[in-house]
Design a protein. Structure first.
Lengths: 208, 208
């Protein structure tokens, strides 16, 4: 399989979110122009993005919405269910556990963990918070595909190391640091403070 | 002023989040090695990142934490208060209005807007939701620096166009689309579904 650029995957994800809206509205087809507007690409780029994974549009007619949605689900690996562990039962863990897009995309919370004895045993959106000491044993018994790291930054790298050793191959990191992981481990980052500071930096430059 | 790469700004933001933790722990200095671990950079890269904005570390001693925090606040444009309007009083607007890092970074919510008459007039974290029809008049009376777009995707580009025409120069976009804006407008994106799909895509590649 050839390498696929992360920018391509991000566009495919935007296309999918659009096609799903189109389907909900009951429309049968979607054009490469409409997809391009959504993903920030030219129609030619859209056709290239999609043809990379096999041909399934018709010139002048567009893409059948249902088929395109199904193919994008395939391409993005969303067909199967994904077992997810959350490490850190704070504000981020709670938000994610109740995020509606989570279950809808086939993500299943296998366990929520925290190092704080005060939090262990409490219930979070129907899941009893477990001690992070049990992470390795639980993952050995039932592997997870994805781990969400919502710990304080000071603990996040150690947690990531433990998760990777336990076989987790994809991390969604909310802690404010850049995780160091082996090349075969995928990391996505969500950091609201950072996104805001990219904006304030830009604003301060314009003011000089 | 020379151009500063977005990757540099992201590292500076991670350095700042780290220095603030160090300060809370009562430590007086921080080394370029520690900063580098946090920002995913070598000590040499850290020194380069910071020297770009003037020299303020001492070889062998490290950076004084309080001074470095103050300088990073300056560099990232966090010294002054930023007026922020939220457009879209849904789940995202609510989450952001109650996000503790928001007020702490000097962001002040100037108004929350929604197009849905059901939501207009309700109170969200102490702010009465206003009709988005009033956006232009309100921004003419009291300009805002930053707008947060938390509308459905189908409305987001039009909202962005209106905000830009009304003088807003920085957008934090939560809607699942790539906004088209003039070059002088800064955009940051937060899209949880997209970050998750980057991971599931990677997982599906390894399985072949």
């Amino acid at each position: 399989m050839r390498q696929v650029a992360s920018s391509t995957i991000r566009r495919l994800s935007l296309y999918l979110q659009f096609v799903e809206e189109v389907e909900r509205e009951g429309k049968a087809t979607v054009s490469s122009r409409e997809l391009g507007e959504r993903g920030g690409a030219t129609p030619a780029q859209v056709r290239k993005d999609l043809s990379f994974f096999g041909s399934f549009g018709k010139r002048g007619i567009g893409y059948p919405a249902a088929l395109l949605a199904a193919r994008l689900h395939d391409i993005l690996g969303l067909r199967r269910r994904h077992r997810v562990v959350l490490v850190g039962a704070g504000r981020i863990g709670s938000a994610l556990a109740s995020y509606p897009g989570f279950a809808a995309r086939g993500f299943e919370i296998a366990g929520i963990y925290d190092a704080d004895p005060e939090k262990v045993g409490r219930s979070l959106d129907g899941h009893v918070v477990r001690s992070s000491d049990r992470l390795e044993a639980d993952l050995a018994a039932q592997p997870a595909d994805i781990a969400v790291i919502g710990t304080p930054a000071v603990a996040a790298q150690e947690v990531a190391d433990r998760l990777v050793r336990a076989g987790v191959r994809a991390l969604l990191n909310f802690a404010p640091l850049k995780l160091v992981v082996p090349a075969e481990v995928a990391v996505s980052n969500v950091n609201m403070a950072l996104e805001l500071e990219v904006l304030t930096f830009a604003l301060s430059r314009w003011r000089g």
